[in-house]
Ligand binder design. Structure first.
Ligand SMILES: [Fe+2]
Length: 165
Protein backbone atom coordinates (compact mmCIF):
# COMPACT_ATOMS: atom_id res chain seq x y z
CA UNK A 1 0.00 0.00 0.00
CA UNK A 2 1.19 3.49 -0.82
CA UNK A 3 -1.41 5.34 1.20
CA UNK A 4 1.23 7.32 3.07
CA UNK A 5 2.16 8.86 -0.33
CA UNK A 6 -1.11 9.19 -2.22
CA UNK A 7 -4.69 7.96 -2.19
CA UNK A 8 -7.18 7.69 -5.06
CA UNK A 9 -10.51 9.30 -4.30
CA UNK A 10 -13.35 6.90 -4.74
CA UNK A 11 -15.56 9.08 -6.92
CA UNK A 12 -14.76 10.47 -10.34
CA UNK A 13 -14.63 14.16 -11.09
CA UNK A 14 -17.09 15.51 -13.67
CA UNK A 15 -15.14 18.58 -14.79
CA UNK A 16 -11.86 17.26 -16.18
CA UNK A 17 -12.60 17.87 -19.85
CA UNK A 18 -13.99 21.33 -19.22
CA UNK A 19 -10.93 22.24 -17.17
CA UNK A 20 -8.64 20.87 -19.88
CA UNK A 21 -10.38 23.01 -22.51
CA UNK A 22 -9.96 26.01 -20.25
CA UNK A 23 -6.30 25.25 -19.48
CA UNK A 24 -5.24 24.98 -23.12
CA UNK A 25 -6.92 28.33 -23.81
CA UNK A 26 -4.95 30.17 -21.12
CA UNK A 27 -2.14 32.36 -22.44
CA UNK A 28 -1.00 34.34 -19.38
CA UNK A 29 0.48 31.65 -17.15
CA UNK A 30 2.11 33.03 -14.00
CA UNK A 31 4.97 31.58 -12.02
CA UNK A 32 4.19 32.56 -8.40
CA UNK A 33 6.48 29.89 -7.01
CA UNK A 34 7.88 27.02 -8.97
CA UNK A 35 5.13 25.90 -11.32
CA UNK A 36 3.45 27.86 -14.07
CA UNK A 37 0.00 28.38 -12.63
CA UNK A 38 -3.38 29.89 -13.28
CA UNK A 39 -6.43 30.12 -11.05
CA UNK A 40 -9.08 27.50 -11.68
CA UNK A 41 -12.35 29.21 -12.68
CA UNK A 42 -14.69 29.01 -9.72
CA UNK A 43 -17.75 28.52 -11.94
CA UNK A 44 -16.30 25.30 -13.36
CA UNK A 45 -14.98 24.09 -10.00
CA UNK A 46 -18.37 24.55 -8.33
CA UNK A 47 -20.06 22.28 -10.88
CA UNK A 48 -18.36 19.27 -9.33
CA UNK A 49 -20.17 18.00 -6.23
CA UNK A 50 -17.03 16.13 -5.23
CA UNK A 51 -15.39 19.35 -4.07
CA UNK A 52 -18.41 20.18 -1.96
CA UNK A 53 -17.89 16.91 -0.11
CA UNK A 54 -14.22 17.72 0.41
CA UNK A 55 -14.75 21.34 1.30
CA UNK A 56 -14.01 20.93 5.04
CA UNK A 57 -10.42 19.96 4.33
CA UNK A 58 -9.73 22.36 1.47
CA UNK A 59 -7.85 25.56 2.18
CA UNK A 60 -10.40 28.40 1.89
CA UNK A 61 -7.93 30.78 0.25
CA UNK A 62 -9.08 31.51 -3.32
CA UNK A 63 -5.48 30.98 -4.48
CA UNK A 64 -5.68 27.37 -3.30
CA UNK A 65 -7.50 26.15 -6.40
CA UNK A 66 -5.05 26.22 -9.26
CA UNK A 67 -4.19 24.62 -12.55
CA UNK A 68 -0.49 23.94 -13.02
CA UNK A 69 1.23 23.65 -16.36
CA UNK A 70 4.28 21.44 -16.72
CA UNK A 71 5.73 22.28 -20.13
CA UNK A 72 6.53 19.63 -22.72
CA UNK A 73 9.85 17.83 -22.37
CA UNK A 74 10.70 18.97 -18.86
CA UNK A 75 11.74 17.42 -15.58
CA UNK A 76 10.78 18.83 -12.20
CA UNK A 77 13.39 17.69 -9.72
CA UNK A 78 12.72 15.81 -6.49
CA UNK A 79 11.33 18.17 -3.86
CA UNK A 80 8.81 18.62 -1.08
CA UNK A 81 6.27 21.44 -1.36
CA UNK A 82 6.90 24.38 0.91
CA UNK A 83 3.45 26.00 0.82
CA UNK A 84 1.22 22.93 1.01
CA UNK A 85 0.88 20.09 3.47
CA UNK A 86 -1.19 18.11 1.02
CA UNK A 87 -3.22 18.66 -2.12
CA UNK A 88 -5.88 17.06 -4.26
CA UNK A 89 -4.45 16.54 -7.74
CA UNK A 90 -6.05 15.53 -11.02
CA UNK A 91 -4.32 15.14 -14.38
CA UNK A 92 -6.36 17.02 -16.97
CA UNK A 93 -4.80 15.69 -20.19
CA UNK A 94 -6.63 12.88 -22.01
CA UNK A 95 -3.35 11.02 -22.18
CA UNK A 96 0.13 11.98 -21.19
CA UNK A 97 3.66 10.77 -21.66
CA UNK A 98 4.52 11.93 -18.18
CA UNK A 99 5.15 10.35 -14.86
CA UNK A 100 4.80 11.56 -11.29
CA UNK A 101 6.70 9.62 -8.71
CA UNK A 102 7.73 9.60 -5.08
CA UNK A 103 11.22 8.79 -3.87
CA UNK A 104 10.85 5.79 -1.59
CA UNK A 105 14.41 5.01 -0.50
CA UNK A 106 17.69 6.77 0.15
CA UNK A 107 20.07 7.50 -2.69
CA UNK A 108 22.87 4.98 -3.01
CA UNK A 109 25.37 5.34 -5.83
CA UNK A 110 23.05 7.89 -7.48
CA UNK A 111 20.10 5.48 -7.35
CA UNK A 112 16.95 5.55 -5.28
CA UNK A 113 13.69 3.63 -5.33
CA UNK A 114 10.57 5.24 -6.68
CA UNK A 115 6.81 4.75 -6.39
CA UNK A 116 4.82 5.96 -9.38
CA UNK A 117 1.48 7.68 -9.17
CA UNK A 118 -0.31 6.65 -12.35
CA UNK A 119 -3.07 9.19 -12.79
CA UNK A 120 -6.27 7.56 -14.02
CA UNK A 121 -8.62 9.71 -16.13
CA UNK A 122 -11.08 11.84 -14.14
CA UNK A 123 -9.64 10.67 -10.84
CA UNK A 124 -8.63 12.91 -8.01
CA UNK A 125 -5.73 11.94 -5.75
CA UNK A 126 -4.94 12.97 -2.26
CA UNK A 127 -1.26 13.79 -2.62
CA UNK A 128 1.22 13.93 0.26
CA UNK A 129 3.28 16.93 -0.81
CA UNK A 130 5.57 16.52 2.23
CA UNK A 131 7.04 13.32 0.80
CA UNK A 132 9.77 13.80 -1.79
CA UNK A 133 8.39 13.68 -5.32
CA UNK A 134 9.18 14.62 -8.91
CA UNK A 135 7.64 14.88 -12.37
CA UNK A 136 9.14 13.77 -15.66
CA UNK A 137 7.21 15.01 -18.68
CA UNK A 138 8.42 13.42 -21.90
CA UNK A 139 5.30 14.42 -23.82
CA UNK A 140 3.29 17.56 -24.54
CA UNK A 141 2.33 20.29 -22.09
CA UNK A 142 0.77 18.70 -19.04
CA UNK A 143 -1.99 20.25 -16.94
CA UNK A 144 -2.85 19.38 -13.36
CA UNK A 145 -5.68 20.62 -11.22
CA UNK A 146 -4.21 21.10 -7.77
CA UNK A 147 -6.35 22.03 -4.79
CA UNK A 148 -4.49 22.92 -1.64
CA UNK A 149 -5.65 21.22 1.52
CA UNK A 150 -5.64 22.45 5.07
CA UNK A 151 -4.08 20.67 8.06
CA UNK A 152 -2.17 17.46 7.67
CA UNK A 153 -2.18 14.66 5.10
CA UNK A 154 -2.96 11.94 7.65
CA UNK A 155 -6.01 13.84 8.90
CA UNK A 156 -7.20 14.32 5.32
CA UNK A 157 -6.76 10.61 4.57
CA UNK A 158 -8.82 9.75 7.63
CA UNK A 159 -11.50 12.26 6.61
CA UNK A 160 -11.95 10.98 3.03
CA UNK A 161 -12.22 7.41 4.28
CA UNK A 162 -14.80 8.39 6.87
CA UNK A 163 -17.02 9.87 4.16
CA UNK A 164 -16.43 6.83 1.92
CA UNK A 165 -14.42 8.63 -0.72
FE1 LIG B 1 5.39 19.27 -5.68
Amino acid sequence: MNEHLFYKINQKSTIRKELLEYAVSVTDWKRPLTFLATLCPKEIYLKDILFEKLNDIINPDRLSICIFKIPAKTYYNIHVDSMRTFSFNMLLNDSSKSVSFFKNSKFEHHHCGITELEYEPDCLYLFNTQMEHAVLNQGDDRYILSVRGKNMYDDALKFVKEINL
